[in-house]
Ligand binder design. Sequence first.
Ligand SMILES: Nc1ncnc2c1ncn2[C@@H]1O[C@H](COP(=O)(O)OP(=O)(O)OP(=O)(O)O)[C@@H](O)[C@H]1O
Ligand SMILES: [Mg+2]
Length: 249
Amino acid sequence: MRVIAITGKGGTGKTAVAGMLIKYLTSGSGTLLAIDADPDSNLPDVLGVKVEKTIGDMREFMLQERDSMPPGTNKETLLESKVYEVLAETPRYDLLVMGRPEGSGCYCFANNLLRGIMDRVLKNYDLTIIDTAAGLEHLSRRIIRDVNELLVVTDGSRRGLQTAERIRELAKSLNLNIGKMHVIANKITPENRMIVEEYARELEMDLVGSVPYDEILERYDLEGRPLMELPDDSKAFQGIKGIAGKMGL
Ligand SMILES: Nc1ncnc2c1ncn2[C@@H]1O[C@H](COP(=O)(O)OP(=O)(O)OP(=O)(O)O)[C@@H](O)[C@H]1O
Ligand SMILES: [Mg+2]
């Protein structure tokens, strides 16, 4: 069981990287789960999968129904079956969308159940790839406890690397038990390559690889075409293949 969360500054390309990694992994043989943990969910679009319901919807359902459930209802079993209802299955991978964040009610009860359930869900897969919102809030809330690697995406800007640096520090201070942190430089051009590499060295941050700025990818996103359909020889996908190889994926 290997669980990789993709993080990084907003707009650096986390979802695009997640989509292309999943595209790459669909040619492998292990069992694969994709999780969209961004409340402003767009991984399903990038993958070209329709998702109707989210984990957040099921958490709301539990809160609303909690008091009217017949005595003796096993709430954990019920919520677990609801989680499996949300799971979208495709031939080569499954997709779970976490959905909206909590409202103002008390979510401790549902979140505590969810933690145990998600631990079990993740154990069913050889590999889980989690696309996250910028920041580490989702990790600090710890609904998904078993993240053991971070893939931090930065772009050609200094601020992208500064965020990567903050994530490295935060991961340490939260005691997250993260075994490895990989940093990817995305949207790399001949103009920004040297600057990014030099700044990464200053921060003592090893780049696992870089993904070129790719006009085809940008056009696909603009047109709302899933990145799963990117041509295999597109520059960005070639970059991802190299990185996946280095990460042993
Ligand atoms: N290698 C690339 N080449 C060209 N454009 C890219 C590349 N990677 C990402 N983009 C573009 O950058 C924009 C942001 O990408 P994406 O949505 O993947 O970022 P994100 O980090 O997931 O953003 P958010 O923080 O909002 O979740 C998109 O318009 C996408 O098409
Ligand atoms: Mg995103």
